[in-house]
Design a binder for this molecule. Sequence first.
Ligand SMILES: Nc1ncnc2c1ncn2[C@@H]1O[C@H](COP(=O)(O)OP(=O)(O)OP(=O)(O)O)[C@@H](O)[C@H]1O
Ligand SMILES: [Mg+2]
Length: 458
Amino acid sequence: MELRDYLRILRMRWISVAVTTAVVILAALAYSLTTTPVYQASTRLFVSTSASADINDAYQGTLYSQERVLSYTQLLTGSSLAKRTIDRLHLDMSPDELAANVTAEAAPNTVLINVHVNDTNPARAADIANGLSDEFAAFVKELETPTSGGNPTSRVVVEQRAEAPSGPILPATTRNVALGAILGLLLGIGGALLRDRLDNTVKDRSTVEDLGETGLVGTIPFDKNRQKSAAIRFADESSPSAESFRSLRTNLQFLDVDNPPRAIVITSSMPAEGKSTTAINLALALAEGGHKVLLLEGDLRRPIATKYLNVVGTVGLSNVLAHQASLDDVIQGTSSSLQVLAAGPIPPNPSELLGSETARSTIEKLRQMFDFVIIDAPPVLPVTDAAILASAADGALVIARHGKTKRDQFERAVDNLRAVNARVLGAIITMSPSRRGDAYYGYSYAYTKAPRRAKHDK
Ligand SMILES: Nc1ncnc2c1ncn2[C@@H]1O[C@H](COP(=O)(O)OP(=O)(O)OP(=O)(O)O)[C@@H](O)[C@H]1O
Ligand SMILES: [Mg+2]
């Protein structure tokens, strides 16, 4: 993947990246707010050896003190001192508990020791730090006094006493939130890339071209108005949605210029991918372009096109195929110049009817009567009707619903059509996110890359 692909993925999925980041920041904040605050009080100890007037002795003494300091830091965090401190301050804790909250560090090349005591109560932290330091001074005095008596060889002075700290050292809210932001961002980006990797749906031109070995003839944007009323009023609409159908209409003229397809099946791999909506609007767009167009409701199982167009569907194709009516009797006009042949009564054997010689000759007759016959078909994978219709017609446009149609479903649909020698004229992506400038948007049929010519095309 190139950098551009990463940017495309992030632009596509920025909402989930932002949500993940926000969630982790909130979790870090919640963690900080629920953590019991810990206060730290500190003292500083000064270690000296018995004073000497001699400069050389004083230097030796300092070296001696520096060596002492290292052992003292260990004693400061040991349990003997902790026990003495507890006895001195009458604390209600075990020596190990206290020792765990004490840290001591020697400043390098000095005779100073910094002692820190953590506690959930600021005043008690200071009391313990001071009590522990005083007790340590006494402890050192005992340890360093020669058994033979005399002055102790080294001495500890509490040089700086502890005061109750004004603010806690934990939780480090700012740090936690900053870490949360970084972690959230990384998780969000990682998640977005992973989801893109795992995404096996059709979304772009290259997928269609590679899987279907056919060109992308149109991209229809998602348009919530289509759910209320499927048919676009082309006469007074110039929405991106209407434009995408006009563009699809134009692109049809580029398909096989020597033998332009006129009876065109609109199908897809699975139900609810926008076949009927696309068929109706392509037919309306062609009618708007001055062509004589018939919309044929080839879905004899779940006819919906007539409902979308507000025409009566009680008589139609199934009556013609059963020799109960002639074409002229059942073709209906609509509010625009488009004419419609409804499915008619739902027959028990749609595939059989559509595969009949009568069906073939009916489609041929319609082809003679009209400039374009747009056939709304059922999905390819569940039933064979669409493949049968496509082989009787001039070919099929195969729809993939953006982000919904699986790649293998699209591929199998195209293969199934070709298996019965139906021509795959091209692909249409429907319900594509309609933001302009989106990498997936752009419904023009740009010849960016010549699709591999289908081996199976007639
Ligand atoms: N471009 C679009 N923008 C928004 N919604 C759409 C678009 N095209 C179709 N839809 C909606 O998607 C749903 C399915 O559409 P449609 O009936 O056209 O699909 P279909 O493939 O013909 O379904 P079926 O397989 O059942 O025949 C409908 O609710 C429709 O309103
Ligand atoms: Mg339909």
